[in-house]
Design a protein around this ligand. Structure first.
Ligand code: FES
Ligand SMILES: [Fe+2]
Length: 480
């Protein structure tokens, strides 16, 4: 006989060891089945709790290794009221420090740059790049203090896939454990051999989670990006009934901390129903019947509009596919990958083999808890990151970056990199798809403030990535 010791909320997402029973969560923030109360987005008090208990304990993606090409290069990472410096202290060592002087607290450095030592702008105390104190002016006037006491306070910094993550909690478990199963699943994608194509950050008038939520499900594609159903871009009206049947269907998978959705095309039952009605219907759109064109135009639309996830080589492979002889027994998609592979190898790129099983596990978009999203593809990756803007729950800094694999000969080559910031996303030249997504941010926020609205009612198939984020946050917020 099993004895239920804790009340268990019925939910689609499994219970993981360490999940918080509902009664531990204040009622106004309590999740119920596929429902997220709006206070978790709108209350300044909830944001304060996130800043105190989530961002100070979770591993946070702070920058890419390539942003610290030489000894003495640093990047400042800000979150909430915290400022942290990530510094290359030696050729093969990156460390992070709280960006605060040990004398009277002054912030030591801003933005990004390169220094020989860290020097406080106020009274000139200095530290070596390894954080040890180098100079205290008139030290004899101070109460004797050990060098340890005067050293910069370290923040954990560990790396995976060319990313540097930081953690303010000295007791945190190692990054690779925290990220599980992401490092295993993404091993063949070789993120470490990718470099920035571009990085844009924008201010959005919404909660930091609202910004991420818009990219954590593909359920919105029919409503927000109807053009993706037809490669004829003149058709931007809301999808016809037929197109809605053919829409992308993207069920979610959740793990202990992270979650992803996978775009798999039509729901299985819809495919079966359509095939019964019309045996020639294999789920293609009405507009394009040549499978080669369907594959090629969708690759090229993403490459041209989003300038990421696809790259210049995959664009050319798609172009070649349009007129290619597709061998018997091979789909247009498989043949496209074959063309992309040949082109890549011929031009000095590695082509790691990704098995069908690995593609299936990789999914489409991952929430790397708490505030990063990764969209993997062969040769290119998109990443998004959202951070609260000060203590305003209705404002955030949203960042989008596009990474491309580089040729093998360039793995050790240093490159210039400049992130771009835009106060208004409409000036960021982000293309049609991103613009459609970002337009939603304000509308969601205005609507959420309506007294008629109590919380998100989520799809139990396609929006559990969003629910999962809140489930995991509860473990940080209310575990003790
Ligand atoms: S506050 Fe930094 S040296 Fe005085
Ligand atoms: Fe979208």
């Amino acid at each position: 006989m099993s004895v239920e010791t804790e009340p268990r909320l019925e939910r689609r997402v499994p219970w993981f060891e360490g999940d918080v029973p509902p009664e531990k969560v204040p009622e106004k923030y309590r999740l119920s089945r596929a429902f997220v109360p709006k206070g978790r987005y709108l209350d300044p008090e909830f944001l304060k709790l996130e800043l105190e208990r989530v961002f100070t304990k979770a591993w946070l993606m702070a920058c890419r290794v390539e942003e610290l090409p030489g000894v003495g290069c640093f990047v400042e990472y800000e979150i909430g009221g915290h400022s942290i410096l990530i510094v290359r202290e030696a050729k093969d060592s990156i460390r992070a420090y709280f960006n605060a002087c040990r004398h009277r607290g002054t912030r030591l450095a801003r933005g990004r740059g390169r220094v020989g030592s860290l020097i406080c702008p106020f009274h000139g105390w200095r530290w070596n790049l390894d954080g040890s104190i180098r100079l205290v002016l008139d030290r004899e006037e101070f109460v004797p203090r050990s060098d340890d006491d005067l050293g910069l306070v370290q923040v954990r910094a560990e790396q995976w896939g060319g990313f540097v993550f930081i953690n303010m909690d000295p007791e945190a478990r190692p990054l690779l454990e925290y990220l599980d199963p992401i490092p295993r699943i993404f091993e063949p994608f070789q993120f470490e051999h990718m470099r920035y194509r571009w990085f844009k950050s924008v201010l959005l008038p919404c909660n930091w989670k609202t910004a991420l939520d818009g990219f954590l499900e593909a359920y919105h594609v029919a409503g927000t990006h109807p053009q993706l159903f037809r490669f004829d871009k003149s058709n931007t009206n809301i999808a016809s009934l037929k197109e809605l049947e053919n829409r992308m269907w993207a069920p979610t998978t959740v793990y202990e901390r992270h979650a992803h959705y996978s775009s798999v095309g039509q729901k299985k039952n819809v495919v079966a129903e359509n095939a019964a009605k019309d045996p020639s219907d294999r789920g293609s759109t009405e507009a394009i019947t040549d499978e080669r064109l369907a594959v090629a135009l969708s690759v090229q639309y993403i490459a041209d509009d989003m300038r990421g996830l696809e790259n210049e080589r995959s664009w050319r492979a798609a172009e070649a596919l349009k007129t290619a002889e597709v061998p018997e027994g091979t789909t247009a998609g498989q043949h496209y990958l074959q063309l992309y592979r040949e082109l890549s190898l011929a031009e000095g790129y590695d082509w790691p083999q990704i098995t069908a099983q690995q593609w299936a596990e990789a999914g489409t978009a991952w929430n790397v808890f708490p505030n990063t999203i990764l969209l993997p593809n062969q040769g290119s990756v998109f990443g998004y990151r959202a951070r609260p803007n000060g203590l305003d729950p209705d404002s955030c800094l949203f960042e989008i970056f596009s990474l491309d694999q580089v040729p093998v000969a360039d793995y050790d080559k240093k490159r210039d990199f400049q992130p771009q910031f835009f106060e208004d996303f409409r000036e960021a030249d982000l293309g049609e798809i991103f613009t459609q997504d970002l337009m939603n941010a304000k509308e969601v926020t205005v609507g959420m403030h309506s007294p008629s609205f109590d919380g998100h009612r989520l799809s139990e198939e396609q929006e559990m990535t969003i629910y999962n984020h809140h489930r995991v946050a509860d473990r940080f917020l209310w575990a003790d």
